[in-house]
Every structure is written in C-alpha cells, then in structure tokens.
Design a protein around this ligand. Structure first.
Ligand code: TXA
Ligand code: MG
Length: 333
C-alpha cells in the first residue's frame, strides 16, 4: 500500500524490539539491518505476509526470498540439511553465507517462488539476531530496495527507496560488509555450486568443504534456466540509473583528463590536488573497505549530477570476485 509519510526509524531499544517482533508475528513488514545489506523482513511461515514483500519492492514473484533464522535448532523445520551444509554452518554461521537446500513443507511456496528448494541464512548482526530471537519464527527477507536498484547499506537508503511503501525500519547502523551474502547451492553435497559470490570467498568455502566449488553460472546458462533458479543473478541488477562504465585500470591522470560531467571512481585515494569529480572507494584501496563503500558511493553519485559513472574494477583474490560481480551487473545494459 503506498502511503504519503516516511517510515518510522527505530534504534532498537528493548521495548522497540518487542514491538517490532509483535508486528512481524502479526504479518507486518519490518526493514532490518544485517551485516551484508538491509533486508525487508516478514514472517517466513506466513504466505500473506511474504506476499507484501513482493508488492512493496515491486519484485516479480519469480524471484525467491532468503529465510533468516536465529538458532540452528530451527533449521530442520525449514530445510533438509546434509553433511556439507552442517560443515558450512559450523564454519560460517552466523555470517554472510546463504545455503540453498531442499525446502520443507512448513515454508510456503511463495517464499521460494515455487521452487522445491529454499535459501537459508543465519545472520550475524547483533540487533537483527535479538529481533529474530524475540520473534521466534524465521523471517523471509530480500534486500530492502526497490527491485533492480542498488541494495541498501544504511537505514536512510531504505527510507529513500521504500519509505513510502513500508512503515517500520530498524536502524542498526551502516552495514559492516556492504555486499549481499555469498549464495551456495549445496543440495548435492558432492557438487556445491556458487550462485552468487560474496564476502565468504570460493577459496574459504573450498577449504571448509574439502572439495571444489563451481563458479557462478554463465549468462547463457542463466537464460536457459529462466528467471527462477537464481534470479539474484539477473544480468542487470544492483543498477544505478546513471550509466556505469567499467575500466580494468583507471588512473588518476586519466580521471583528471576526463569529462567534467562524468564521475571517476578509483580503487584508492590518489595523490595530489584537483580532485574534482574524482572519488575513491577506500583510502588505501583495501578490498573490505571497497566492498563496504561500493553501494553507498554508487547511490551518492546517482543523484543526477553526472552523465556517467566510471569505475575501476577491483584487483586481487577473494572479495574482488564479489565486488566485480556487482560492478558488472551495475554496468549491464
Ligand atoms: O545478504 C543477503 O543475502 C541479503 C540479506 C538481507 O540477507 N539478502 C538479499 O536478498 O540480498 P536478495 O535481494 O538477493 O534476494 C534473494 C536472492 C534471490 O534473488 C536469489 O538469487 C536467491 O536469493 N535465492 C533465494 N532462494 C533461492 C533458491 N531457492 N534457489 C536459488 N537462489 C535462491
Ligand atoms: Mg536484492
């Protein structure tokens, strides 16, 4: 339901958490902080409540949600686990890893867009964990942004994008990681498939599992499988309205010589003066800092000031895969 006023922001006092938990149990939507990005949460066991998520976001019902829970004891009622899932849970939960497993009947089909599987995650953000514990039921939550736009990493981002569509936002500060969770399909424990790279890297997953983890699916494969298998992998996603242009290498000199109505985003802070229209993601080019700042920087530069946003691709192992994945989707036309 569209409304004219802004959403109410909550700092998360004990009384507020009790109130938000009650609202969630009654089928209301609450935007919640996580360590990755902010989510738009509803009772995962209530199909009517989950349907509200899709309408608030303008999200097609073919794009499944992630189910968040507080304690491992809840998992068996949501998904069918296996040895690989238990290993990963032990190594990385609570944390920025989502596992795709066979879905239990207690989870309504709409949560998974009708798929026989379900995506599950135990988040690490302390405030969200306290809320999950109070609610007592698992919460379905995609990122709290209008469908297709850059994911929110602050409560204000949620307010900017969905404030007129939702009533409650729990403010847990800026997201520590800043990129959506790693998604791994472990339905076949012998053949784990990375569906979306994130802060938990392929190498870390392989070390925990003791086997190879296949790379994210190619575009052609995504097309063949239709929008349903891993729609977070839609080619164009996480996209600012301003066109994004990617560069393997972007130097300060090139940026200084560049057009003045275009923004130039470097990996690290350049030396010297004359910084007009030059931006950087982390002062020292550190990948964690880059990931944390990426979405908020894209949002800031997407206010109509610039005709194009030029960005340097991340260099290095691990997190660079996830950062560059999001940059490629932001740049896809
Ligand atoms: O970090 C995150 O993952 C955040 C926070 C809120 O937890 N959530 C998030 O959700 O970013 P989002 O907007 O990416 O939506 C969930 C995505 C879907 O687009 C899809 O790619 C994947 O999770 N997904 C959900 N269920 C799935 C399933 N059964 N099989 C394959 N992929 C699934
Ligand atoms: Mg999303």
């Amino acid at each position: 339901m569209p409304k004219s006023s802004a959403a109410r922001l909550y700092r998360g006092t004990p009384l507020e958490l009790v109130r938000l938990a009650r609202l969630l149990r009654a089928g209301e939507l609450v935007a919640v902080p996580t360590e990755t990005v902010y989510g738009l949460a509803a009772n995962a066991l209530d199909a009517r409540a989950c349907r509200k998520i899709f309408s608030a976001k303008g999200r097609p019902i073919t794009d499944p949600l992630i189910v968040h829970f507080h304690a491992l004891a809840q998992l068996d009622a949501i998904a069918e686990t296996n040895g690989a899932a238990r290993r990963l849970a032990k190594a990385f939960w609570p944390g920025p890893l989502t596992l795709v497993l066979p879905r239990r009947k207690s989870v309504p089909a709409i949560v998974s867009a009708g798929l026989p599987s379900v995506a599950v995650r135990m988040p690490a953000h302390p405030l969200f964990r306290r809320l999950l514990k109070l609610v007592g039921v698992p919460l379905a939550a995609p990122s709290a942004n209008p469908f297709g736009y850059v994911s929110p990493t602050t409560a204000q981002h949620v307010q900017d994008g969905l404030g007129k569509k939702i009533a409650h936002i729990l403010d847990g500060g800026p997201a520590k990681i800043g990129l959506e969770s790693t998604i791994l399909d472990v339905r076949d424990p012998a053949r784990p498939r990375l569906l979306r790279p994130g802060a938990i890297t392929r190498a870390e997953l392989e070390a925990a599992l003791g086997c190879r983890v296949s790379a994210p699916p190619r575009r052609a494969e995504e097309k063949n499988r239709g929008a349903q298998l891993a729609p977070g992998l839609l080619k164009r996603h996480y996209s600012p309205r301003t066109p994004v242009v990617l560069h393997d290498v972007l130097t300060a000199a090139a940026a200084r010589a560049g057009l003045r109505d275009e923004a130039w985003v470097l990996a690290a802070k350049p030396a010297g003066r004359n910084m007009k229209n030059i931006f950087w993601l982390d002062a020292r080019g550190d990948l964690r800092g880059t990931a944390r700042q990426l979405f908020s920087t894209l949002r800031q530069l997407d206010d109509g000031r610039f005709k194009k946003i030029h960005v340097a691709l991340a260099v290095g192992d691990g997190l660079a895969e996830a950062i560059n994945d999001r940059l490629r989707r932001a740049a896809a036309r």
